[in-house]
Design a protein around this ligand. Structure first.
Ligand SMILES: Cc1cc2nc3c(=O)[nH]c(=O)nc-3n(C[C@H](O)[C@H](O)[C@H](O)COP(=O)(O)OP(=O)(O)OC[C@H]3O[C@@H](n4cnc5c(N)ncnc54)[C@H](O)[C@@H]3O)c2cc1C
Length: 406
């Protein structure tokens, strides 16, 4: 059976569902999202859900802010909770260089209208009484960001898009994408779908998916750990949720999860996963954790947050995360492939997915982007980038995730 739609979106994670939602909001409802298994079954289901507003580039910060707005909007339109916790964040300044760089960002936040303040150690101690502030130079405080439930947000987006007329087919992998007589043909086990436009939002699966078209997408999955503690002594008694702490010294992010902590670790020597291709039988599963690699980072987390060590580790999740050489997504049209769009390569897909989809949808519907954002355009990479160079750049970018530029 062949069916015709205006736009097919491939991939039902937070990014694909955000794209479907924003296209529908802008009036494009002759759309179909194809998902290989269930919504969120890629990286989205195991993400920590952090949505920070801290960033060194105002254009990317706008994507962060617009993402939270998108999820809250989808929540109110669908009735599906996204569980936004606006506990705020502290980006620690462990050097004078970091502190000065954070101060220089103040006008940027004034410009985009987001609360932001550089605070000293005393104020850090008030905001997060369990943090050892010894040696800290200060912190950038973004009081209105926090975390969402990634699964809740994805379903809210999907439901809100469906209410507007968009369609979703679960358990329907796209098995081939090729050019037809007019537009594109996407094959599935249920038949073919003809479409004017295709949006590929299939994260680390996108590389193999588009290799047949001669495209060499610069993205690969890495292993990424998050550690969840048991009950933290003294946390419940505070009577408020403490802000997320981003510590360039560990480097890590640690937020409150019920009455414990949830800590994401950026390893200095990260490990790639499935670089030769994603196993066909890979489903909603986690990878074996590697405590040896984590240990030096966790020692630092416990020095900064002694209560973390007292609580004891309850769970360690190791999941694949998609990375590009500069850590930014591939968002926009594919040059030389009229009608083929990318929304893939997201390593901070919860933080930036909703806003990125809004940006892409405006571009698709209006024929041009609302504003220039070359940091994310797929055309910034050459199709000739070798695998070795790509992996090396990803390794450096991941390990330098919390390094302050300049
Ligand atoms: C441990 C961990 C913690 C994280 N914490 C955070 C965090 O706090 N904040 C944050 O912003 N990010 C976080 N991330 C990253 C975040 O999970 C990803 O950036 C985000 O989920 C990517 O969303 P996506 O929609 O691009 O991809 P995915 O969620 O992977 O979705 C891609 C979808 O495409 C589908 N698909 C693949 N092939 C096909 C096909 N052929 N046909 C149809 N469908 C297909 C897949 O089944 C999948 O559902 C974390 C990642 C990890 C591993």
């Amino acid at each position: 059976m062949t069916e015709k739609v205006q736009t097919v979106v491939i991939g039902g994670g937070i990014v694909g569902c955000s794209v479907l939602y924003w296209l529908a909001k802008l009036g494009w409802t002759d759309t179909l999202l194809l998902e290989r298994r269930e919504l969120t079954s890629g990286s989205t289901w195991h993400a920590a859900g952090n949505v920070t507003y801290f960033g060194h580039y105002s254009s990317i910060t706008k994507l962060y802010v617009n993402s939270v707005r998108t999820y809250l909007q989808a929540e109110s339109e669908s009735g599906q909770p996204v569980s936004f916790h606006p506990a705020g964040s502290l980006r620690l300044a462990t050097t004078e260089h970091e502190l000065e760089a954070y101060k220089r960002l103040e006008p940027l936040y004034d410009e985009i209208g987001v609360d932001y303040a550089v605070v000293g150690p005393d104020r850090i101690g008030e905001l997060h009484p369990l943090l050892d502030v010894t040696g800290l130079h200060g912190a950038a405080h973004t009081p209105t960001d926090g975390h969402v439930d990634p699964t809740g947000a994805t379903h809210a987006l999907a439901k809100a898009a469906q209410k507007l007329g968009a369609r979703i087919k679960r358990h329907t992998p796209a098995t081939d994408i090729r050019r037809g007589k007019s537009g594109w043909v996407v094959s599935t086990a249920d038949g073919e779908v003809e479409a004017d436009k295709v949006v590929v939002a299939s994260s680390f699966w996108a590389r193999e998916m588009l290799a047949g078209l001669g495209l060499n997408l610069p993205l690969y999955p890495l292993e990424h750990h998050e550690v969840i503690t048991g009950e933290v002594p003294g946390l419940a008694e505070l009577g408020f949720e403490v802000p997320t702490v981003r510590d360039p010294w560990a480097p890590s992010n640690t937020r409150q999860e019920r009455n414990g902590f949830l800590c994401g670790v950026y390893e200095s020597n990260p490990k790639f996963w499935a670089v030769d291709g994603i196993p066909a039988d890979f489903i909603e599963e986690l990878l074996p954790p590697d405590m040896e690699r984590l240990e030096p980072h966790l020692v630092r987390v416990m020095e900064r947050l002694p209560a973390f060590g007292e609580a004891g580790i309850k769970t360690v999740n190791n999941g694949p995360i998609c990375y590009t050489p500069d850590g930014c997504p591939l968002l926009g049209p594919v040059e030389g492939q009229e009608g083929l769009w990318l929304a893939t390569g997201f390593s901070i897909g919860i933080g930036t997915g909703g806003g990125s989809a809004e940006y892409l949808a405006h571009w698709m519907v209006n024929g041009e982007p609302e504003y220039d954002l070359p940091l994310v355009y797929p055309s910034r990479f050459s199709n000739d980038l070798t695998r070795e160079r790509c992996l090396e750049l990803i390794r450096q970018t991941y390990a330098a995730g919390y390094v302050t530029p300049g």
